[in-house]
Ligand binder design. Structure first.
Ligand code: PEP
Length: 256
């Protein structure tokens, strides 16, 4: 099983959000498995919960990983509508998004909640992808660096050294998600550098040097190579362009 925390190959994660029935998701996953076999990329797919098992079946035996979109922080209990990390692991997930900006915006996930979710995902034996990113208002106020540093600190600071090694980070400027507005390659690299430096302060230089930092925000086949050229950009998290096999495979091929 490839380890996307090593920085060896670009990590390409598709976040399907609230799209695709189990059958639609299975068909798309099958096309991704076939289209990425032999490519030098580590691919993960994050379907909605009802499609986890059908997508898990479609990726079984391939290098493509199954990814959860979110997990509740409690292992079980009276939390109607929620899904625990342990359930995601039992469905075959090895990675889980934590703190996506849509969770923070629409579901009230605070840094404290995000912290508990990181713990839950790690305790269930999976790797969390900690999503951080500033809003347009914060960027225009000159606060982009401090916002992402604080989100990173809130996530990583209290983890033990072993757990920090298992975390991936996704820098996703909120103003670039689903808007068609991509951060320039220079902005992305500058923010990834900020995050790697902050990680070094929190976790030490060696851990920071091994940390995979993905970029997310309107990534497409025609901008992925430029974004990945940044020395601190280790992969991409893709929303809209991951919903069709053609556009997602374009990204995978151009990344590889
Ligand atoms: C996302 O939701 O993580 C994302 C990056 O979406 P999009 O690619 O559509 O901007």
């Amino acid at each position: 099983m490839p380890d996307p925390t090593t920085r060896d190959r670009p990590v390409i994660l598709g976040n399907w959000k609230m799209h695709k029935t189990p059958a639609e998701a299975e068909a798309l996953a099958g096309a991704v498995v076939a289209g990425t076999a032999g490519l030098a990329v580590d691919v993960g797919l994050a379907p909605a919960y009802p499609a986890l098992l059908s997508v898990g079946a479609a990726v079984r035996g391939s290098r493509v990983r199954l990814v959860g979109q979110d997990a509740h922080f409690e292992p079980q209990g009276a939390f109607t509508g929620a899904v625990s990390a342990r359930m995601l692991a039992a469905c075959g997930c090895s990675l889980v998004l934590v703190g996506h900006s849509e969770r923070r915006l629409h579901f009230g996930d605070t840094d404290a909640v995000v912290r508990r979710k990181l713990d839950a995902v790690l305790a269930a034996g999976m790797a969390p992808v900690l999503c951080v990113g500033e809003t347009l208002v914060q960027r225009e106020a000159g606060a982009a660096d401090s916002v992402v540093r604080e989100q990173l600190e809130a996530g990583l600071a209290a983890l033990d050294a072993e757990d920090r090694e298992r975390v991936l980070v996704a820098y996703e400027p909120v103003w670039a998600i689903g808007t068609g507005r991509t951060a320039t390659a220079e902005t992305a690299e500058a923010m990834h550098r900020v995050l790697r430096r902050a990680a070094a302060v929190i976790a030490g230089e060696a851990t920071a040097a091994r940390l995979s930092i993905l970029y997310g925000g309107s990534v497409k086949g025609d901008n992925v190579a430029e974004i990945l050229a940044g020395a601190n950009v280790d992969g991409v998290l893709v929303g809209g362009a991951s919903l069709e096999s053609g556009s997602f495979l374009d990204i995978c091929r151009n990344a590889a």
